[in-house]
Design a protein around this ligand. Sequence first.
Ligand code: ATP
Length: 474
Amino acid sequence: MRKPKSKKSRMQSKHSELQEVELLKSWIESQQPERGSNPTSLPALPLDARTGHLDSTRFSRYAGATRACLPHALCGRDVRGAAKTGSGKTLAFIIPIVEKLYRERWCPQDGVGSIIISPTREIAGQTFDVLRLVRRHHSFSAALLIGGRRGKDVDAEKELVNECNILVCTPGRLLQHMDETPHFDCSQLQLPKQRQTLLFSATQPKGVKDLAALCLKDPEFLSVHEKPVTATPSNLQQTFVIVHLHQKLEMLWRFIKKNLKSRVLMFLSTRKQVQFIYEAFTTLRPGISLMAFYGKLDQRTRMATVSEFSKQPSVLFSTDVASRGLDFNQGVDWVVQVDCPGDVASYIHRVGRTARYDSVGKSLLFLMPSEEKMLEKLQAAKIPIWEIKPNKNVVQSVSGKLADSIVHDPDLHGLAQSAFKTYLKSVDKKDKEIFDVTKLPIDEFSASIGLASTPRIRFLNNKIKSSSKKVSEL
Ligand SMILES: Nc1ncnc2c1ncn2[C@@H]1O[C@H](COP(=O)(O)OP(=O)(O)OP(=O)(O)O)[C@@H](O)[C@H]1O
């Protein structure tokens, strides 16, 4: 057992900590980077040694987003940062939080000092892991509050929530504690007038700009990758292939068979498509482990899937729930977009699940001939993408095998029908400049996924009728 510190030694260490904090404050004051500068060349950062010593973790040096942001963030400035996917934006806000609490001499008895709200449970989990590494030599306590846990866990959380200094949570669970946990006082959550805000994104669509205008005060704008030639990581090799809707499944199957030793993340538009393709391909035994990921899965399965996927060659079929912020420990070899994303920003975030930090990665986009306008948008957004031509001689018919499976499996048949319907509905919701659901060859599509007859889609029939009426009126 460790001998308790004497009163004298406690006083001494308190005194030296006070001195250290004062020194840090004056160091920060004297090192304020010029406004508008991108200060990546500062020899040393004014960080407390406990935060600065990340050498023995996986963060050997501060890079990209972190390096550019810290000098401004540490001296209390608001920051709006454009930094590519996988460039280390998490550390860029975790370190300033830990340092701020340290300089404020926050201690365990002071209760909640910082709340980090993450959009999904997985992102909250990975943010919490980074926080654990950064604050491991500090005395702050931290907790991860996310949904999908059992009642018993929620009760245990209620016990500790008031005593934690940093909370990492999803919005739903935070609201639950605000409603149910006695004395959990979040009145400070009303954004205080005096506050510091750091806003980072790999893309800068209108929504991000509007948010910046709303919540940032006199911000530093940091374009971390100075004069970037491309909007995506330079270690990412991007390709597309032109494929008709009814040939997608064949192409997908062929791709999987050719990449049995890779970790492949495949994006589809809807949960029903993910469930159908996962179930259907599992019955066909491709020779590689298959997994599915979507928002409605229970939390335990979601966590297990994320952790399993990056460890071994496997194919993960997913909705866009995995498209932003998720970090598979740099373990994704390929990102395949089986359905074209709705816009350029979604494209960038999806492909950003690979080629993270200093790892390399590849991506493939399936584009239907009717969607070729998307290429113009990608090129205009500085995304270098090359066409690959499929080998026409390789014939791998899966439709016939799927039709066989569907006949004998009513559940699979139901899933195929739902996948068909939800896909068409998802196309109808996308940008009309690129996508036109009425032009899709739906009978061929239906047959290609193994359905004996084309399901009736009322909204589509009405659309086709009204557009042919308009033509005949001309
Ligand atoms: N200094 C570093 N040394 C080594 N690895 C790092 C460093 N900084 C970040 N990484 C690693 O890079 C990966 C991407 O980091 P992070 O998730 O913070 O990126 P991001 O910019 O937030 O990505 P996204 O735009 O997808 O949200 C992570 O696996 C992280 O561990």
